[in-house]
Design a protein around this ligand. Structure first.
Ligand code: EPU
Length: 335
């Protein structure tokens, strides 16, 4: 367990922002995590997973614990279901590929999402009609105060659209150490409702879960920038939820606007569409930009600082608010 002082975090956040951590410790076992938490009880902590959902706007004057606990295993197999445990430091996409290699179904629509397993419950990651909560059984997390490992069931986590209890009441109180998933071994439930998936798979008569994963990897690679090449954190904003009445009003003015009806009163509107139709897709201010192919993604073309990206995001919010009367909420955590 090595303590590094004044560590650059550039390699540890997918936006590639070069800020420094006052103290940086990489943790690879739960036992080490307990030891470190005992030693650092008087210090302010900053927990880092894959660094894929944060915008760092300043140096971190805290002790950064990078959770790198690896391991994945089959816990049990009953009929056509399997329970898998994956530790927090597993890279999400590598884990998804591992499940698919064994023909375990359920995670294929969540292929190529950046980040680690341990942070997936915090914002209930989701894509192409599937959210983490659909396959989640439970997670284990260490209570930073008591150092006890506690189990959180699906109900305990209070999952919602890009949200969970770990972002709210329990914020900064727990570190997730592992997640249990329930996947299928046969009779897989294929989710292909998204138009783009159907198009990708049009030449395959009976697609498999592996085909769906490949299709999603293609769709994402075509639309989303690869963080290894252009720094980004995926969707920067959440898709706003507005009332049906307000949506009808907007529709009169902008007939092409579309949304996804959530219930009798609410519609989720694509923030990407709003930003795009405010004329901002591809906009660039120095090295801070709005991705050319997907307006919901802000990018760092090289040397943008966190503040540059933040400034751009505020500009976007103001323009969208002025044009459509909608307040965009950030999905990425601003630090
Ligand atoms: N759109 C535009 N212009 C754009 C971007 C989007 O007009 O520049 C329109 C599209 O035409 C489409 C609609 O907006 O009709 C929705 O776009 P898309 O299907 O690409 O999905 P999204 O709403 O932009 C969400 C998630 C993504 C996830 C995709 C696919 C959020 C905030 N984002 O994006 O998640 O991959 O759906 O399910 O919910 C992430 O969270 O980082 C992320 C990438």
């Amino acid at each position: 367990m090595q303590v590094i002082h004044n560590q650059s975090l550039k390699e540890y956040n997918t936006f590639g922002i070069d800020v420094r951590a006052k103290k940086f410790i990489e943790v690879s076992t739960v036992e080490d995590l307990k030891k470190i938490l005992r030693k650092t009880y008087s210090e302010e902590l900053f927990i880092l997973g894959g660094g894929s959902n944060m915008l760092l706007t300043q140096d971190i004057e805290k002790t950064v614990l990078r959770i790198n606990i690896k391991g994945k295993e089959v816990l049990e197999e009953i009929n056509d279901k399997v329970i898998i445990k994956a530790h927090a430091g597993e890279n999400w996409h590598e884990f998804v590929l591992w499940t698919l290699k064994q023909n375990f179904g359920g995670l294929e629509n969540l292929s190529l999402i950046p980040g680690n397993v341990g942070t997936s419950p915090i914002q209930n990651i989701g894509a192409y009609g599937v959210e983490l909560k659909d396959v989640f059984i439970s997670c284990e997390a260490i209570n930073i105060q008591t150092l006890e490992i506690e189990t959180f069931t699906l109900a305990d986590c209070e999952f919602d659209y890009r949200n969970s209890i770990f972002k709210n009441q329990l914020k900064d109180q727990y570190i997730i150490t592992s997640v249990n998933f329930e996947l299928t071994t046969k009779n897989h439930q294929l989710k292909m409702d998204y138009g783009a998936i159907k198009t990708e798979l049009q030449n395959i008569s009976s697609p498999t879960i592996q085909d769906i994963s490949k299709a999603i990897v293609n769709i994402r690679q075509n639309k989303l920038p690869n963080p290894a090449e252009i720094g980004n954190s995926g969707s920067f904003f959440k898709n706003p939820i507005i009332t049906v009445d307000f949506f009808s009003e907007l529709k009169k003015k902008y007939p092409e606007i579309h949304g996804y009806q959530l219930n009798d009163n609410e519609i989720k509107v694509p923030a990407g569409w709003l930003i795009d139709n405010a004329g901002l897709k591809g906009y660039r201010d120095g090295d801070a930009g709005i991705h050319k192919k997907q307006a919901l993604v802000l990018v760092n073309y090289g040397t943008a600082s966190g503040s540059d990206i933040l400034k751009l995001s505020i500009k976007i919010r103001n323009i969208v608010k002025e044009k459509f009367g909608i307040d965009l909420e950030t999905e990425v955590n601003i630090i």
